[in-house]
Design a binder for this molecule. Structure first.
Ligand SMILES: [Mg+2]
Ligand SMILES: [Zn+2]
Length: 229
């Protein structure tokens, strides 16, 4: 193992959010803003203030859109989403240092996979929700729902279930994220790289976190062993 990773108390593993973290903005919110189906803003507010579960809220928002809009919605996201600076370099860093990298996304397969396609991340390292366009309205499906140990309930894609597969006594668990889908996971891990709502949440809860803007910032801190100084 390289010098870099021996700076950590245990071998590090990275869990990285997708929307608003790998991409510059939240794709679900961007779609809702753009197509503006009546009622979506209320649902987003309820998710953000945690009065509605992510699973229920995301399901409800997409059910506001007819399945016939599949191509329109997909191409809107694929054409408008931008990738945050330094993402390819972070993946390179992980490869070089033998650090496992997982995408743990509350986003949906029809945009997560195509946007990640250029980066060559193995499919079994990408967790996200699914979609079904066979009915009248867009239906979100949940192949990675909460396990019995998740006390959050209704995560949709349960990040804590993925994180728990890497026991804390054997791994130095690092979460990278920006918002409400990362709150539950942030309470479990050793270190959080945070943006936006997640930074505020970490401050409120007193969780160890390092605010970041680009993945270059994260690489720099990982090279120093991650710990907050
Ligand atoms: Mg996010
Ligand atoms: Zn859960």
């Amino acid at each position: 193992m390289s010098n870099t990773t021996t700076r950590f108390p245990r071998p590090p593993v990275l869990f990285c959010d997708f929307d608003g973290t790998i991409t510059l903005s939240d794709n679900i919110v961007a779609v809702m803003k753009h197509f503006n189906p009546p009622g979506w803003e209320n649902i987003v507010q309820q998710i953000l203030n945690e009065t509605k579960s992510i699973r229920q809220g995301v399901g409800e928002m997409f059910s506001l859109l007819p399945s016939s809009m599949k191509e329109e919605v997909t191409s809107y996201i694929l054409n408008s989403a931008g990738i945050r600076d330094g993402f390819a370099e972070l993946l390179e860093w992980c490869k070089k240092n033998d650090v496992p990298f997982y995408v743990t996304s509350g986003g949906i397969d029809f945009f997560v996979y195509p946007l990640l396609e250029p980066f060559g991340i193995p499919a079994d390292h990408i967790y996200c929700n699914g979609s079904d366009f066979s009915g009248e309205r867009i239906e979100i499906v949940w192949p990675h729902a909460c396990d019995s140990e998740c006390d959050n309930g209704g995560c949709g894609m349960c990040k804590t279930a993925v994180i728990r597969r890497f026991p804390s006594d054997r791994f130095y668990r690092i979460l990278i994220g920006d918002s409400v889908t990362d709150f539950a996971g942030a309470k479990l891990v050793d270190l959080v790289f945070s943006r936006s709502h997640l930074t505020v949440k970490c401050q409120e809860l007193g969780l160890p976190h390092i605010p970041f803007e680009t993945f270059h910032d994260i690489i720099k801190r990982l090279d120093q062993g991650g710990a907050d100084s």
